[in-house]
Ligand binder design. Sequence first.
Ligand code: SF4
Length: 326
Amino acid sequence: MRSSASGYLIERVEKGDADAALELMGASDWGSALELFRTASEIRDRALGRRVRFIGHVADVSPCSVTPPCRYCSLSSTIREYRAQRSPLALREVIEYSRHLVDAGVPAILYGGGISPASGTIATSIARSVREFSDVELLFNVGPIGEDHVDELGRLGVRRFVLSLETMDRALFGDARPGDDLGRKLEFVDLLAGKGMGVEPILMNGVGAPRDLVMSIAALGDVRNLVGLRFSTFSPVPGTPWEGRPPASALTTLKACAIARIMYPRIRIDLAAGTPDGVKPLSLLAGCGDEMVGVIVGRRGSRDSIGELSGYAREMGFSVDAPRAS
Ligand code: SF4
């Protein structure tokens, strides 16, 4: 039994109490935040162990036909060079990047891209090509795809999908992603569940207020195949409808990680691409793990953070499964 006021709230969050989670998110004293992070870390250590592994991410593998484009996305920018950042890679480039990641020894590769009628075909083409040279675990975030493609990916060994939900609030979803369909995405989650496949939603801090983020975390309690959760932190892109919004708070993102860890002890929690520099290593203090994207490659350049992240992780007493870490 925890004795402090925030300890009592944490016990209620462990039971899925969204109101208690809202109070924790809103607490502005430093002591409450530290207790939240310490509890989340202890829960992670008990549920998953104090270890972390690093996976690879290939970005922009598929085009996007969502119309109008999401209001925070560079595809909605009036500035051509921002829109061009989302030009999809050719399959040949995706496979070259995949070979590079496999050669580097990553245990899993996440492929991300836009949503279009071609997404399922692209995902299965990638998976078939990679299977010619590797049995590395494959994850896809290319939006809902048809059942036939899900089945084929299942035969190729895919066991979990990442899905950009951003929020579980329909009104906020419609505001942020006016060309997308939350209902269709939740049907896709159900389809995956029916096939024994896991889902790892992405929630965005900055779509709505911090309380909306907490309510979305709590709403995921109904998702029976929830195996992971990724948090992104809104940052304005010039020329987009949301260019004038202030960037979301990294501290709120870390609190969200901790609340999610307390509610869902065994899932994998990570910060999504676009996290402000320097925040990702701190996420281990807030209960994230036991898997992190350590390398991102794609049209917008390559970034290998495995050395930096594994250094921080070791300093914090984690055992590290890092392909090229010394
Ligand atoms: S679905 Fe993704 S790529 Fe397409 S507009 Fe929305 S955020 Fe951009």
